[in-house]
Every structure is written in C-alpha cells, then in structure tokens.
Design a protein around this ligand. Sequence first.
Ligand SMILES: NC(=O)c1ccc[n+]([C@@H]2O[C@H](COP(=O)([O-])OP(=O)(O)OC[C@H]3O[C@@H](n4cnc5c(N)ncnc54)[C@H](OP(=O)(O)O)[C@@H]3O)[C@@H](O)[C@H]2O)c1
Length: 339
Amino acid sequence: MKDSNRTVRWGILGTARIAEKISIAIHQADNAELSCIASRDPVKAADWAQQHHVKRSVGSYEALLQDPNIDAVYIPLPPSMHGEWTVRAAKAGKHVLCEKPLALNVNQAREMRRVCLENQVQLMDGVMWYHHPRAHEMLKLIRSDELGEHRRFTSAFTFCWDEVPENDLRLQRDLGGGSLGDLGWYCIGAALWAFNELPQKVFGTARPYNDVDYNFSGIMWFTKNRIASFDCGFDVSMRKWFELAGTEGSLLCDDFTRPWEKQKPAYYVNDGNGNATRHETGNPLQETCMINHFCDIIRSGRLEQQWSDLGINTQRVLNALDYSARTETVVNLADFFPT
Ligand SMILES: NC(=O)c1ccc[n+]([C@@H]2O[C@H](COP(=O)([O-])OP(=O)(O)OC[C@H]3O[C@@H](n4cnc5c(N)ncnc54)[C@H](OP(=O)(O)O)[C@@H]3O)[C@@H](O)[C@H]2O)c1
C-alpha cells in the first residue's frame, strides 16, 4: 500500500509510445501514483487510461496542468513542444520530467531551467540509465584512479528501421527530429557524465534526410588530452555501447542505454594485458529508478539543479555539433552560446 503523504501524483502529456514504459515505472515506484493522462483527443486519452490503469483522463494538455491534484508531469511530446509545455507546466507549479532532447536550442533550454527555478520545480530530462545502480558503480570507478589518466571516450547508439517511417517525429524537422537529438543525446550526455566538463571544441558530420540528420558522427575535444567520439543513426543495427580508455585500463559497457538482458546488467574492466573482469550489478528497472529518484527529490524539497545543468550542457554541445555539421567547420564551444 502506498503512503499517501509520500506519494507524488503524476500526469502524462500525450499518449506517446514511450509513455507506456513510464506508466509501468510509476505504477511500480513506491512513492508515485499515476493520476491522469492527457491527449489532444479525449477518446484516445480515455482508451489509454483504461489500458494503463490510470484513474483519470483529459482531452487537453492544459486541462491536466490546471488540475491541482497533480504534482509532477512527464512530457513525452515531440521535441519541438518540450519548451512550451515545460514552461507552461512550471508556471502551473508542476515538477517536470521532460523527454530528450530537452529543447530545440540552448536558449530555449535555458529559459526552461529559468522558469522551473523561478517556480521552484524540478527539471530533469528523461534519460533513464543515469539513475540505474550500474551507472553509479561505473561512475565510482571512473572517479577513482583505476583506469589511470583518461584519454578516450567512444560510444555508439544506433538502430535500423526495416522501412523508413516517413511520418515518425524523428524524421520531421519541424517536430525537432534527427538522430543527433534522438540518439546522439545519450552519447554526448555520457561523455559529459564521464569527463565531468564541457568540451572545448567539436566537429560533426551527418547524412542528411528530409533536412534532419539520418546518422551523425561527432568528435569532442576536452582538456587534458581527452577526446570523445561517437556515432548515432537510424541505418545501422542496434548498438548502444561506450568505452572509456585510460593509461592503465579501460571500462566497457556494451549496452549502457538499456541492458541487453535486464536481469543481468554488467560492465567490463580491461587491464590492458588481456585480463577482462565482468562486473554484474543490481537489476531494477531503470525507468523505475528514474521515477523513484525524481519523486525523492520532490519529497525532500531540495531541488537538484545538476540535472537541468547536465541537460542544458548536453543541449549546448548537441547544437554546436549540429552547427558544425551544417557548416563543415570545427566549432569552439566558448563562441557558441557562451554562458
Ligand atoms: N527516454 C527514452 O528512453 C525515450 C525512448 C523513446 C522516445 N523518447 C522521447 O520521447 C518523446 C516521444 O517519443 P515517442 O516515439 O514515444 O513519440 P510518439 O509515440 O510519436 O508520441 C508523441 C506523442 O506526442 C503527442 N503529440 C502532440 N502533438 C503531436 C504532433 N504534432 N505530432 C505527433 N505527436 C504529437 C501525441 O499524443 P496525443 O495524440 O495523445 O496528444 C503523441 O502520441 C521524444 O522526445 C523522444 O525522443 C525517449
């Protein structure tokens, strides 16, 4: 039985495919309750509510924001709508878990953070893996001296469509589509998470389609001779790995965005002499870890600004990479939306 004094009451804006996973997580979390689903179409909302065990449904996003019995909203709308609906939610006093990419550009993301701060609500993007115990273990290793001096962070996140879904939001420029925002967001975020700072300069190259990037390759130069590179796209089979290589060894996670086998999340440490150690970690659902963490923040009353900062930094690097690919130039981050 959930403790009503500690339960965060959630609403979801839009019957998105990904909302199904989050609805399961909210039901599973012991400090959360799924109170309402909103859709542009009231019939769709009612059907979704019935299928996903939600008490109430409403036929507009605004109606959900006006409900005083909602504490937090999850926003899985197309990226072009994240900015507007985050700001409206924050002004209505709701905490915001917003899907990635956070915004269309850095200025919009910064405005989202400003309004959330002004209204004393949490802002976090929907990247789940950061909240899993495996990520905490890997970060502890990264912050230790076990790998020696860090040199390279390499990652990939791809999948392959059998048939190109022309209407998918990922292929619509006006909805904020493109593989960089959809998949590269994870690779960039992981590099910032591991190196704990922003790159100094970046370069990107993309295969264009419909004025979005169908695939993207990026390189980011950091201080202390560290480099991160990645590729992402919709035209290679599923890959979701990163490797952090240092002078004394390397860390490999071959499924960082979501474990291949959810019962056995693992990572590997290689000592550079052919000795690889496999480390298995706890295996809670990463969606539930994220929801639990978000609810804990709200219940503690202490907002964690590091999450919106990470989102905004990821957005800034992403936009610099996109600009680099479009202009075929190396971009200095200091010149690109300086703080
Ligand atoms: N964190 C993750 O693991 C993860 C995974 C997948 C996707 N995502 C992110 O989640 C967001 C949604 O992705 P998705 O693939 O789940 O999207 P989707 O199934 O296409 O759903 C998007 C929803 O947005 C609403 N919407 C409002 N205006 C729309 C418009 N003009 N065109 C299309 N939809 C509109 C619709 O809800 P109503 O019709 O009910 O109003 C629709 O169901 C994206 O930002 C994506 O990057 C995150």
